[in-house]
Design a protein around this ligand. Sequence first.
Ligand code: ATP
Length: 252
Amino acid sequence: MLKVDNIRVAYGLSTAVRDVSLTVNRGEIVTLIGANGAGKTSLLNSISGLIPIQSGSIWLEDRKLSGNPPHKTVRLGVGYVPEGRQIFTSMTVRDNLILGSYSGYTTSWLRNLAWVGQVMHNKNVRDNLETVFQLFPILHKRHAQQAGSLSGGEQQMLAIGRALMSSPRIMLLDEPSLGLAPNLVKEILRLLARLRDGGLTMLLIEQDAAAALKIADRGYVMERGRIVIEGNARELLYNDEVRQAYLGKTRA
Ligand code: ATP
């Protein structure tokens, strides 16, 4: 579904992503693992159109993403949950969500979520809002509250909900559990697994690599801007190099 083909990203003379290729198939969670500064965020920012690529190309099915500005990539079906959530703190929860649909339309993955318990016949904002409130009842409860007054976990749910409002075909998530207590980290990852089981495709950066690999289908390891290891999530969980460098474990 997503194909990143041999891309390079640089900030001036400093190259952050070198000749990276990866794929994410429909309905998969693919996780990106790597130390600080490995180039993970730069890669997601380039897919979403926030920063340009110097070479290579990025495709979402048969549509070229690279070269498009961020609002166009949203329209083409890329939802982004950026590092640090970036919610609009002085606006209400509801208005943050509505803004998420601002550039949105595209096919609605929400229709495919059997567990949502309803068939969505149209894709308008109200329908998506209702579905996001079903996914996150706490956001419904707090819909009129200023987003800045939510707890960290609730703000993260809001950032995910906001991305879902654009009916994305693929969602990019940059450290959705950053700064959250361990039980909330688990809750967020469980939720992502549920969304995947409902048909949503995701590319996930997660600081807790072990937890990410437990819900992911496949993963890529980045070092100094390059992909150095790739494989299915189970293989990576038991890969000695990955265990030592990223999971804090000794050899299996
Ligand atoms: P982290 O886990 O710490 O967020 P990361 O794997 O996401 O790290 P990036 O944030 O993509 O890595 O950074 C990759 C490299 O690019 C680093 O050397 C970083 O210092 C550099 N870099 C990132 N953003 C910029 C920028 N706006 N200007 C210049 N250099 C940058």
